[in-house]
Design a protein around this ligand. Structure first.
Ligand SMILES: [Ca+2]
Ligand SMILES: [Ca+2]
Length: 212
């Protein structure tokens, strides 16, 4: 057999194996509305589920300052069917036994939100998933990968490099990190953009003072 044919066969086999792996697995991920919050601010953390032929999902959410939960759109989007959603109960360090499932012979494929939590933790912190079960229509648990998130709480500040002075270096760093989240997002709205640049430029010009 020619080496080119062998290569094509190997590539085809790999694609088939990857497709099988993707088809049988689900991911459950915590996606915060923003990674940096202001002190006292309530932010939303979505439990985002990705997968094929999902009939029910159960999770525990570990983390501080969880103040509320609502059902997401993943099963509600199956418009001809009802859903059964349980917002869970407070456990040590979080909320346990949160689940949603579809009522009827239907299932969910794609990317959807199981639940949205409201979080107000003055010190920020890490949020993790535990006891995650993603079940198919037979009630069988699927392979699942999970991912937590971190929320940082801080005061707005134009001193992005933390050297206690607002100067041209801070403006350059804001410019170099346009579009990102992080310390360069001086007004803590989730993205570094012209609003942050103008805040820092105004403070550099002595027109305002923020956070220092
Ligand atoms: Ca600085
Ligand atoms: Ca911003």
């Amino acid at each position: 057999m020619k080496s080119k044919q062998v290569s094509i066969m190997i590539v085809s086999l790999l694609i088939l194996l990857m497709a099988a792996a993707i088809g049988s697995a689900a991911t459950v991920e915590l996606v915060p509305e923003k990674n940096v919050a202001l002190p006292g601010e309530v932010i939303r953390i979505d439990v985002v589920v990705t997968g094929e032929d999902i009939a029910g999902v159960q999770i525990d959410l570990e983390g501080n300052g969880i103040s509320g939960v609502t059902e997401g759109d993943m099963f509600k989007g199956l418009t001809d069917y009802g859903t059964f959603f349980n917002g869970g109960q407070t456990i040590n360090g979080g909320v346990g036994n949160v689940y949603g499932l579809v009522l009827g012979k239907a299932n969910f494929s794609g990317v959807g939100v199981l639940a949205s939590f409201e979080v107000a933790e003055p010190n920020g912190g890490t949020y993790d998933l535990n006891n995650v079960i993603v079940a198919n229509a037979k009630g069988e648990a699927m392979d699942v990968q999970t991912m937590g998130c971190t929320v940082v709480v801080r005061e707005p500040s134009n001193d992005v490099n933390g050297n206690n002075v607002v100067d041209f270096a801070d403006l350059v760093l804001i410019g170099q990190n346009f579009g990102k989240a992080g310390a360069w997002d001086v007004n803590c709205d989730g993205v570094t953009d012209m609003g942050d640049m103008l805040d820092a430029a105004r403070e550099l010009a002595g027109l305002i003072t923020m956070g220092l």
